[in-house]
Design a protein around this ligand. Structure first.
Ligand code: SAM
Length: 272
């Protein structure tokens, strides 16, 4: 399968190969088909476990506009990392066993990993969690109704979508007025020295780990590259506003919160 990816690449200034936008959707599907079974292991290895801290911070800082129980949707939810944290947080902090999370992902393999994982939890076979194969850019209106969710989350997913504005438009559609949009994504590192070190690490170590742990260098190369192409914090915040959301002030600590100097970033906004 990795040969298929290879044939669609062209070379960037880093010497790695870039994927043309037009084939991005099928390629992203292929990448996540390929990495699904090793995804959780690779996440831990490539971030040295830090993605867990970021996800914990993401969920614990969410401030939905109203008290629970909440109707949540976790888009590009993959193996269910965020959904599980939302449900645990509701239960542990508010003794809430009625909050629900609909996990949506375009990739059936990733969802299957999530479903299997939830089997070992108390949420399995309860109305609290459900898994749906769908495109974040065009969610079926009959299932994902207008003005129906209290909280929309998307973690490390929006950069893999072909059209960010289409995702934001759908997020806006399904949220209730006054409800919260929250996105956790890799972002732009501000400090130039740190940025150089981070580039060295991610462009050499992560594809190498992909080769060793998952036998798939190119998919991990793609994932690193997609991080570099994602808009900077202020540009993304502006896109969120253009979709009809209100954000805090246009800075770190306002519209967004940088994690680890901007390696990752949380954007939150409220549907107007
Ligand atoms: N949110 C999970 C997490 O934080 O561990 C998974 C993140 S994983 C890096 C990105 C996910 O985005 C993959 O599961 C992929 O299938 C999904 N994805 C990519 N494009 C999508 C789209 N257009 N609609 C829905 N999901 C998409």
């Amino acid at each position: 399968p990795s040969r298929h990816i290879h044939s669609q690449h062209r070379t960037t200034s880093f010497g790695f190969k870039t994927i043309p936008e037009e084939s991005k959707e099928s390629l992203v599907k292929h990448v996540f088909d390929s990495v699904a079974s090793s995804y959780d292991l690779m996440n831990d290895a490539s971030s040295l476990g830090v993605h867990r801290l970021w996800k914990d911070a993401f969920v614990s800082t969410l401030k939905p506009g109203r008290k629970g129980p909440l109707r949540c949707i976790d888009v590009a939810g993959g193996t269910g990392d965020i959904a599980l944290r939302i449900l645990d947080h509701a239960r542990e902090s508010y003794a809430d066993r009625e909050t629900t999370v609909d996990v949506l992902d375009i990739n059936a393999h990733m969802l299957k990993e999530g479903f299997t994982r939830f089997k070992k939890t108390m949420y399995h076979n309860t109305p609290q969690v459900s898994f749906h194969e769908a495109n974040a850019q065009d969610m079926p209106h009959s299932l994902f109704k207008d003005d129906s969710y209290d909280l929309y989350t998307i973690a490390f997913g929006i950069r893999n979508c072909t059209s960010i504005p289409a995702v934001l438009k759908e997020a806006h559609r399904v949220l209730k007025p006054g409800a919260t949009f929250a996105c956790l994504e890799f972002s732009k590192v501000n400090n130039p020295l740190f940025s150089t070190l981070y580039d060295q690490y991610s462009f050499s170590i992560i594809p190498l780990m992909g080769t060793i742990l998952a036998g798939d260098r190119e998919s991990y190369q793609y994932l690193v590259e997609s991080i570099r192409k994602f808009p900077s914090q202020p540009v993304f915040a502006q896109m969120i506003r253009e979709a009809g959301f209100a954000t805090g002030g246009d800075r770190d600590g306002g519209a967004w919160t940088d994690l680890w100097g901007g390696i990752a970033c949380i954007h939150t906004a409220v549907k107007l």
